[in-house]
Design a protein around this ligand. Structure first.
Ligand SMILES: Cc1cc2nc3c(=O)[nH]c(=O)nc-3n(C[C@H](O)[C@H](O)[C@H](O)COP(=O)(O)O)c2cc1C
Length: 336
């Protein structure tokens, strides 16, 4: 793994981050997004140090799969044991990682019931100790934390926690503008993200929550004072959003949306990468989740066509059927 030098720790150019998305932000998807251009930083999904340190097995190999062009990349760890997290960070550093991100925002019950993820919002001293140990374990690497506003509306801790984490040595923060209790409900509160920015001046802060186009990204960055933005769900539905946001931020013309045939070519390459990593059978099954997200809308596929394709269990056959079903995408193209 290699990584271009970052202008300064925690600063990426363009300031557009693809969110860690468990089950989605694997090497194939990251590489597809990188191919389109405009991505400042990709993330692995959250990795548990114990699983990482045990280190064997196909699942972990796929979760940690990367390649030289998959850069810059932040490796996200979650857990509550500072020493274990520090050991895992060292292992990643030895494998070439240049950026470690600490998950302090996952609201999933199984995770928070163990005191991990968003539960750390309720134990800020432990969160700061984790940050301190990890920063000390990997000198020279960027260590960031991804937090939420707080546990619930009555416990908004992000500005104070941000100060503690910065004192502990982290060099960047990602802040999702919801509380843990909110999960994904309601709207991300960018005013409260602005409060976090104001609480740690000079530290790169990436705002996160509900960004869905370039204009919105600029407005959110301006109004909150964030260094950049992180995009999650909207990029799963529209991978071309990342180059659109990057171009808007850089004041360049926004690339036109893909034609159906360009979208088909993209989906076929994504499928090929998925089957190269997971195998043809598992690759076909794993690719199913992308069908309703971006494949069907951008290829202008009928629902029944999509359902038939989702029954396919071999990636090669699926690729052929996609191509057969969607040469109409070429015809549809002409009608654009
Ligand atoms: C399917 C899915 C998986 C996610 N996995 C992770 C994860 O592994 N680590 C993490 O910090 N956040 C995870 N998140 C949260 C996102 O990174 C992001 O904070 C959230 O989706 C809000 O951003 P958005 O409105 O742009 O989607 C996940 C979200 C979704 C929808």
């Amino acid at each position: 793994m290699t990584c271009p030098t970052l202008p300064r720790p925690g600063v990426v150019d363009p300031p557009v981050l693809l969110a860690p998305l468990a089950g989605f932000s694997d090497l194939p998807f990251r590489m597809m997004i990188r191919e389109l251009g405009g991505l400042g930083l990709g993330f692995t999904e959250m990795l548990h140090p114990l699983a990482l340190l045990r280190g064997t097995g196909d699942k972990m190999a796929c979760l940690t799969a990367t390649e030289p062009a998959d850069t810059p990349l932040a490796w996200q760890l979650y857990g509550r044991d500072p020493e274990l997290l520090a050991r895992a960070a060292r292992v990643l550093a030895a494998r070439g990682a240049r950026w470690i991100d600490l998950n302090m925002g996952c609201p999933v019950r199984k995770i928070v019931s163990r005191g991990e993820g968003a539960a750390l919002l309720k134990t800020p001293d432990l969160a700061a100790r984790i940050a301190e140990e990890v920063v000390r374990a990997v000198p020279g690497l960027t260590v960031s934390a991804k937090i939420r506003l707080g546990w619930d509306d009555s416990c908004i801790v992000a500005p104070a926690l941000a100060r503690q984490l910065v004192s502990a040595g982290i060099s960047a923060l990602i802040i999702h503008g919801r509380t843990a209790v909110q999960g994904f409900k309601g709207k991300a509160d960018w005013n409260r993200i602005a409060d976090v920015v104001a609480s740690v001046p000079g530290i790169p802060i990436y705002g996160n929550g509900d960004i869905s186009d370039g204009t919105e990204a600029i407005e959110r960055m301006k109004s909150s004072g964030c260094t950049g933005i992180m995009v999650g769900r909207a990029a799963m539905k529209n991978p071309w959003l990342i180059p659109e946001i990057a171009a808007t931020l850089q004041g360049q013309p926004v690339p036109p949306p893909p034609t159906p045939s360009e979208a088909l070519a993209f989906a076929l390459r994504h499928l090929a990468r998925t089957s190269a990593l997971y195998g043809k059978g598992k690759g076909a099954v794993l690719f199913r989740k992308w069908m309703p997200l971006y494949v069907r809308p951008f290829l202008r596929m009928k629902r029944a066509e999509m359902v038939a394709l989702m029954a396919e269990r071999d990636a090669d056959v699926l690729a052929k059927q996609l191509a057969v079903l969607c040469p109409e995408s070429v015809e549809k193209d002409q009608a654009f």
